[in-house]
Design a protein around this ligand. Structure first.
Ligand code: DX5
Ligand code: ZN
Length: 224
């Protein structure tokens, strides 16, 4: 199955990053979601390419890099060199979104575009065939541990329909406030990749939580 569970390391114990990455790897996740924030596009600062490169040496996990930064176009190369397997930029933060997507693909990574809860899908529709991944934000970016925004549910469904109608294989990813108590209803709308930060790291046993999350998104439970 192509469904992925991607813990957001931002919600882990930041004083023990590499141990946390190893712990989720042992728990059977499909990759790690790395939230890069610049204190400009979002009101928080996290880590940059050097921390990602340091972690790259510690794990074979897929690195899903989510850039919540202004002028992302300038830094794509740095994040690819740091070890990103997919690089997602924000539609709101890139003046030349198509160009950024092309650049990511040229660097050999999967190219993603993220949209904030208030940003319409129409922003990405003209270039949908060019992108590998569409990230529908289910919180306002900036912090782990926020509540899932319920009004994004119809948007997830509309994104699934937009991709399927166009006959595309674009990966649909959801990120923010996703936990065991709501992942089932979200999964029913057909996303492919699920980011969960505090939904995993705030629980005592990552392996049990990941297994439960995976059980809740299994396609046998849904028509997709
Ligand atoms: C929000 C980030 C998310 C967040 C996820 O700005 O992009 O990836 O860290 O964490 P939870 O699942 O705790 O909302
Ligand atoms: Zn994220």
């Amino acid at each position: 199955m192509n469904k992925k569970i991607l813990p957001s390391i931002l919600a882990g114990d930041l004083s023990r990053l590499s141990e946390e990455v190893k712990a989720i790897e042992a728990a059977g996740v499909d990759g790690v979601h790395l939230d890069v924030m610049d204190g400009h596009f979002v009101p928080n600062l996290t880590f940059g390419p050097e921390v990602i490169a340091a972690l790259r040496g510690k794990t074979k996990l897929f690195f899903d890099v989510h850039l919540m930064i202004s002028n992302a176009e300038k830094y794509l190369d740095l994040y690819r060199k740091a070890g990103a397997d997919s690089i997602t930029v924000h539609g709101e933060a890139c003046t030349h979104l198509h160009k950024a997507v092309q650049e990511i693909k040229k660097l050999g990574a999967q190219a993603g575009v993220a949209l904030n809860p208030a940003t319409p899908l129409s922003v990405v529709e003209p270039i949908l065939p060019e992108i590998d991944l569409l990230l529908v934000m289910t919180v306002n970016p900036g912090f782990a541990g926020q509540s899932f925004i319920e009004t994004t549910l119809p948007k997830i469904q509309a994104a699934r329909q937009m991709i399927d109608r166009a006959g595309l294989k674009t990966i649909l990813e959801v990120d923010g406030g996703i936990k065991l108590n709501n992942i089932g209803k979200i999964a029913a709308l057909g996303p492919d990749w699920f980011v969960s930060g505090s939904g995993i790291f705030a629980t005592p046993d990552y392996k049990t939580t990941v297994a439960a999350l995976r059980h809740s998104i299994h396609p046998r439970n849904f028509p997709h």
